[in-house]
Design a protein around this ligand. Sequence first.
Ligand SMILES: Nc1ncnc2c1ncn2[C@@H]1O[C@H](COP(=O)(O)OP(=O)(O)O)[C@@H](O)[C@H]1O
Ligand SMILES: [Mg+2]
Length: 408
Amino acid sequence: MTSRPPNTSIVAPTANELLNIVTRFAADLGTMTDLTTLGNCIIQELCRAGATTHGTLFLLDREHECYRRASMVGPLAPTIIPPTLAVDHPLPHHLLATNSIMTQADSAEDLQETEFGAGACAAMEAMQATRIVPHLNNKGRLIAFSLLGAAQPLAEENALTRSLLAALAQTATNALYTIVLYEDLLRSHTLMKRTDRLKSLETIAGGFAHEIRNPLTSIKTFIQLAPERKDDPLFIQEFSKVVLDDVYRIERLIQEILDYSRYMEPKLTDENLNDVVASCLYFIDVKADSHGIKIEKELASDLPRVMLDRQQIKQVLLNLLLNAMDSMAGAGGRLRVQTRKLVKPGGNVWAHIEIEDTGEGIQDTNLEHIFDPFFTTKHESGEHEGTGLGLTIVHQIIQEHHGEIRVK
Ligand SMILES: Nc1ncnc2c1ncn2[C@@H]1O[C@H](COP(=O)(O)OP(=O)(O)O)[C@@H](O)[C@H]1O
Ligand SMILES: [Mg+2]
């Protein structure tokens, strides 16, 4: 599929040309499997069909309760169009209520009368749009809308032009909805896979058995050989070091399994997250110092109080902080902990914590595995060997708290 530049002059296509645009667009749809390509194509074709010079497609972002600017074409400065519009903004309300293409011509009188008309009309003007196309799915939900604009006012449209434009808009909506559903499905599949993995005690128990089999074998071998090699000091010395490491490893695994099962009953209390952060930093301070790691903390004074299980969130933070320190082991570096108040576009207030280190980072291929039980890249023997359970526990606890965790 080739992408065609939008009109730069206002020459309205004839009915025949419009019909061609609609047919070609419908044919092109088969080649598009992602939202970005589809969004770009929709906005280009709508501009072409509507004889407008610039256009922006807003897509519903359900997670953040807003419409997000997804595709833009034409010479309009992006600052004129905000990156997001809240779902309760008058414009989406109005489009939802009328489910018809809004034009400058009908805006003046008719719009002032409806509940959200005036607000929608003001937004249309502020965003320099001459026409706004709603995209409602078959459940009556506004999944997107397209803002189209031109420097000059639109020419009079006849009924045929209007209905062909509506047909193009409807085709675009159907295509958008299909891809949105498809992407949702992919996302929930990934989430289900992860949740399954975490909830499955079988995985944990099986993994645990596997993980302790090796150290147990070495301990058993040592005990079997010890009587006949008791007079070989080198053997006893070397092997007991290995055995001690193995004992450490089993101890750590047991401790983490216990921690893992403890998440079952979170005891929520009303807390200031800054206090929890400060108490965790206090624990790691000495260790950080001895490794040449500088701790920087920025704790927001307006952080909202949250309901949380203090012990569990401490465990989350300590796991993240210790991982950060591991990644800088030896070389020193900077560990930054920041808290801030986050107001999501829907108006919900969240407490946000960011932990950043200057360590080695995580390879792209490992990113999708770091929350898996027993996934570790710390294979050094002895006390520093990883168990790969830290982030599994972190993820579980955050899920239990209905929070979110992201990694960059
Ligand atoms: N801050 C970090 N920097 C680099 N890699 C990290 C960081 N945090 C986690 N990782 C990677 O994720 C893996 C899993 O972490 P985790 O579940 O805590 O297990 P462990 O620390 O026992 O290896 C680590 O082995 C490491 O590869
Ligand atoms: Mg860890």
